[in-house]
Design a protein around this ligand. Structure first.
Ligand SMILES: Nc1ncnc2c1ncn2[C@@H]1O[C@H](COP(=O)(O)OP(=O)(O)OP(=O)(O)O)[C@@H](O)[C@H]1O
Ligand SMILES: [Mg+2]
Length: 433
């Protein structure tokens, strides 16, 4: 269509040029009574000049259109500067004097989306303190810096720097620096000291007490010594487990905002978790059954983290399930927890026929160190960190954890993980994963 329009425009320009040439020839012939050679030469020159002027205007117009439509920053900075900004690792946005977006680089696009061109900044960035800082900088020319946090999908904290450049045209720049990892480190240090010291105090007190006893009146009592050493070994084991869990929690939290990149077949992951826990299930005389829908698509994920997620859930189902009862592991395609749209998730549910969980406790289960029955959890060697780890792994995988339970009727923990956009894994490849 565009080509046809261009040909039409060019033909019109040529006709106009030829007409100009003929008029000039007529004037030469009838007004100035010049001879045929001069008439022909004048008409050719007039046609050529007219064509040059007309095509020059057309190409000027085309250049204007390109500069405005394809690249609103074209007249502001050179291709070299643009390339540098594009490759800048931190998110960058440039605004014109009326607060409309002139440019966003790829890291900024990951935050504000791709449809930003010529939009008002307030329609794509809904953080009042950043908008206020931009307005202040645009008005006063003073650079500014504010901190802000996005809460969804995963909490991220940034420091936003605002600065103004030029006067005509005037450009305001917004540069973001990601503080998420630093904030997480700070928070984790604080939590570690508060919770871990609290949890370590009990077993440490027991070990210290028994050391004193062994140094004192139980020094020569061989049966008592053996018994106390056994207890000390159990308490030391609890401290080791607590430290292991804290370390895995901190690892998962640190990486939570880094999306996983592998392709994982969940059925093989679930089977591996069940195999690892089957001795514990046998000890409680619990039967574990796995059922999987055929040809399940892979999910995008980190295999080791997903194994840990399912081990924590299946371990809980064994610990808090019914002795001599059942644990059912079911894998299926699902539209997700809100059941909207198409089958975009693989849902893995772990159901037990244990005592269930009181309704008011359900929303608190994923808090660190939260346990419905602290004594029972401790007896079973629990640290109260298992479901906190599950939640962070699910978050990192853009998944969801759903807990359904009725007192006396058992519990179902379902993890929804988004289907990978990569093609279905061949059975051999899936088995190898
Ligand atoms: N399937 C379940 N049935 C009943 N209660 C459960 C179930 N799963 C978890 N809970 C309750 O939730 C609490 C928290 O679980 P979580 O896995 O975080 O910690 P834990 O099992 O006590 O210890 P850890 O997993 O760190 O060894 C448990 O103490 C228990 O009270
Ligand atoms: Mg647990």
């Amino acid at each position: 269509m565009e080509g046809a329009a261009t040909i039409l425009k060019r033909s019109q320009s040529a006709l106009v040029a030829v007409a100009v040439g003929l008029v000039v020839a007529g004037l030469c012939l009838f007004v100035f009574s010049l001879d045929a050679t001069w008439v022909a030469a004048a008409s050719v020159v007039a046609t050529a000049v007219a064509m040059t002027l007309l095509s020059g205007r057309a190409s000027e117009k085309a250049a204007d259109v390109l500069a405005v439509d394809a690249d609103p920053t074209g007249s502001l900075f050179s291709p070299l500067a643009r390339e540098v900004f594009e490759h800048f690792p931190d998110p960058l946005m440039l605004l014109d004097s009326s607060d409309r977006v002139l440019f966003v680089n790829p890291p900024m696009r990951a935050i504000v989306g791709t449809a930003t061109e010529r939009k008002y900044v307030s329609s794509i960035l809904r953080t009042p303190n950043v908008l206020a800082a931009l307005a202040h900088t645009a008005r006063s020319g003073e650079s500014g810096s504010v901190e802000f946090t996005f809460h969804v999908p995963v909490e991220r904290t940034y420091r936003a720097y605002t600065m103004r450049a030029g006067t005509d045209p005037m450009v305001t720049a917004l540069l973001l620096h990601d503080l998420t990892a630093m904030k997480r480190n700070e928070q984790m240090r604080v939590d570690f000291v508060a919770n871990a010291s609290h949890e370590l105090r009990t077993p440490l007190a027991a070990v210290t007490g028994f050391i004193e006893t062994l140094k004192g009146h139980a020094k020569d009592d061989t049966p008592a010594r053996e018994k106390f050493l056994d207890i000390m070994s159990v308490e030391a084991g609890r401290m080791r487990r607590l430290i292991d869990d804290l370390l895995s929690l901190s690892r998962v939290e640190l990486n939570e905002h880094v999306p996983p990149s592998g392709e994982v077949a969940l059925e093989s992951v679930a089977r591996q978790a069940v195999t690892a826990l089957s001795p514990l299930a046998r000890a409680e005389n619990i039967m574990i059954e796995i059922a999987s829908a055929p040809d399940l698509p892979a999910v995008t994920g980190e295999r080791d983290e997903l194994i840990q997620l399912f081990q924590n859930l299946i371990h809980n189902a064994i610990k808090y399930g019914k002795q001599g009862g059942h644990v059912w592991v079911n894998l299926a395609l699902s539209p997700g927890p809100s059941a909207r749209g198409t089958d975009a998730f693989v849902a893995v549910s772990i159901r037990d026929d244990g005592e269930g969980i009181p309704p008011d406790a359900v929303p608190r289960l994923t808090e660190r160190f939260y346990r419905v029955d602290v004594k029972r959890s401790r007896e079973k060697g629990g640290t109260g960190l298992g479901l906190a780890i599950v939640k962070h792994i699910a978050n990192r995988h853009h998944g969801r954890l759903q807990i359904e339970s009725r007192a006396g009727e058992g519990s179902t923990f379902t993890v929804y993980l988004p289907v990978s956009r990569a093609p279905l894994l061949a059975p051999a490849a899936a088995a190898a994963k």
